[in-house]
Design a protein around this ligand. Structure first.
Ligand SMILES: [Zn+2]
Ligand SMILES: [Zn+2]
Length: 181
């Protein structure tokens, strides 16, 4: 597969037992649907810390035509954003894979960070988020160094695939009207 942004070969890499496809040039990451599912299956019972309000409300999702094509099936991706966050992920409604640009993981973690500031959580949660932000915004920004990376995948899987199935209908409609280039 090639990177949807810069067309370089994607490099297969394993993080915590999950295979992901990484672009070494732009540091974007592609997840096949199976990979997101694996993330869910691998979750430990006590690792639910990331599962608070983020992405909970279906009405806050906005779907628009993405600018890039799915590396798997070559159809246009849909850009999915969430109210008042900088989060924007590119999703393929056909194969249900997800593309994250280099900054997107950091945006997700920042959104988590702003949520924990308004609530009380056990101490390890702010610590984990701080660690994640340092890694993701650092010069290397290697997701494989962040031990709770898997939780982000689990979160995406849970919100996008299980709780908000209607979103796929919307994205499917958007994809259908984007002219294939
Ligand atoms: Zn790239
Ligand atoms: Zn696809």
């Amino acid at each position: 597969m090639n990177c949807p942004r810069c067309n370089q070969d994607l490099h297969v890499s394993a993080v915590d037992g999950i295979e992901i496809d990484v672009c070494l040039a732009c540091k974007g990451v592609w997840f096949d649907n199976d990979e997101l599912r694996q993330a869910k299956d691998l979750s430990e019972p006590d690792a639910n810390w990331m599962d608070f309000d983020i992405w909970k409300h279906e009405d806050n999702f906005h779907v628009s035509a993405g600018k890039i094509k799915c590396p798997r099936c070559r159809k246009p991706l849909c850009a999915l954003s969430y109210d008042e966050t900088a989060i924007e992920v590119d999703v393929c409604p056909s194969c249900r894979g997800v593309w994250l640009d280099d900054a997107e993981l950091a945006h997700i973690v920042e959104a988590l960070n702003s949520q924990i500031n308004s609530k009380t959580f056990p101490e390890y949660i702010p610590a984990a988020i701080k660690e994640a932000l340092e890694i993701l915004t650092g010069s290397e920004s290697l997701v494989s160094e962040w031990k709770d990376f898997r939780q982000v995948l689990r979160l995406m899987n849970q919100r996008l695939y299980v709780e908000h199935p209607k979103l796929y209908q919307t994205m499917d409609d958007v994809q259908r009207v984007i002219p294939s280039r």
